[in-house]
Design a protein around this ligand. Structure first.
Ligand SMILES: [Zn+2]
Ligand SMILES: [Zn+2]
Length: 256
């Protein structure tokens, strides 16, 4: 499984890009940086996008991706998310007010985007990948995705505060090749992390400490750019091993 990091930051600057990953060039996870991180050709090659939640840093490029691929792709782009995600995209983003409703153009019979609603804890299949969705703690409903094919499994938590269920699911996933988790705010901002549903290094340490017999790397994303150096220092101070802070543009080659 090859995972391209289009963006992995909790803020946008010339050096950092918002959340967006692509598995094997075809399956995207969140859409904060898919246009900035992919050539037009690569954007057109995407068939499916899984959305964790509706915060703007995870969805904004759906709008611009749809605009870039209209008239070029023959088949619609499939957008997958919880009922809350799909209804919010329809009613508040691509609603013919903020941006066109790409689920109706160029024609309702042959649209640019087709929406698919998923339910937590119900496995579904996307382009040959088995996907298991798990809810996590965040001010809006967030879905972590465990994605599996013959290579093994991979998990992206999306945004999450302190949570329980995902760690049990991952402990029951013996072929896990890697995990992208978030760490957003430094320890001095624990109160803000709690009310905004994010993790500090101390909270991250406690959370991933629940993973049993971990041999895979935990990749860290969603650092707020103004605290990136402090977050690295505080994560190092926890002593947690086999951790990697993601970099924009890098490609993870996950294999057994
Ligand atoms: Zn969020
Ligand atoms: Zn976010």
């Amino acid at each position: 499984m090859r995972v391209k990091v289009c963006g992995c930051s909790g803020g946008e600057t010339p050096e950092t890009a918002l959340t967006g990953f692509v598995i094997n060039g075809e399956l995207a996870l969140d859409a904060g940086s898919l246009c900035r991180g992919l050539t037009l050709e690569e954007q057109c090659a995407l068939n499916d996008v899984l959305i964790t939640h509706t915060h703007l840093d995870h969805i904004k490029d759906l709008a611009f991706l749809a605009d870039n691929i209209i008239g070029i792709r023959k088949a619609p782009l499939n957008v997958w998310g919880s009922g809350f995600v799909i209804s919010t995209l329809k009613n508040h983003l691509m609603n013919d007010k903020i941006w066109p409703d790409f689920s109706k153009i160029p024609t309702p019979d042959n649209p640019t985007i087709v929406y698919h609603t998923i339910e937590p804890e119900k496995q579904f299949t996307v382009a040959g990948y088995r996907v298991f969705p798990v809810s996590t703690t965040h001010p809006v409903p967030n879905t972590a995705y465990v994605i599996s094919n013959n290579d093994g499994s991979f998990c992206f938590t999306g945004d999450t505060g302190v949570t329980d269920r995902i760690w049990d699911v991952l402990n029951a996933t013996p072929d896990l090749l890697g995990l992208i988790c978030e760490v957003s705010f430094p320890n001095m901002m624990t109160d803000l992390a709690n009310i905004s549903g994010h993790l500090t290094p101390k909270m991250l340490h406690e959370q991933i400490g629940r993973l049993k017999n971990r041999r895979y790397t935990v990749y860290l994303s969603h650092n707020k750019p103004n605290f990136r150096d402090l977050l690295r220092k505080e994560v190092a101070e926890t002593g947690v091993e086999n951790i990697h802070f993601l970099l924009k543009g890098e490609v993870l080659d996950l294999r057994r």
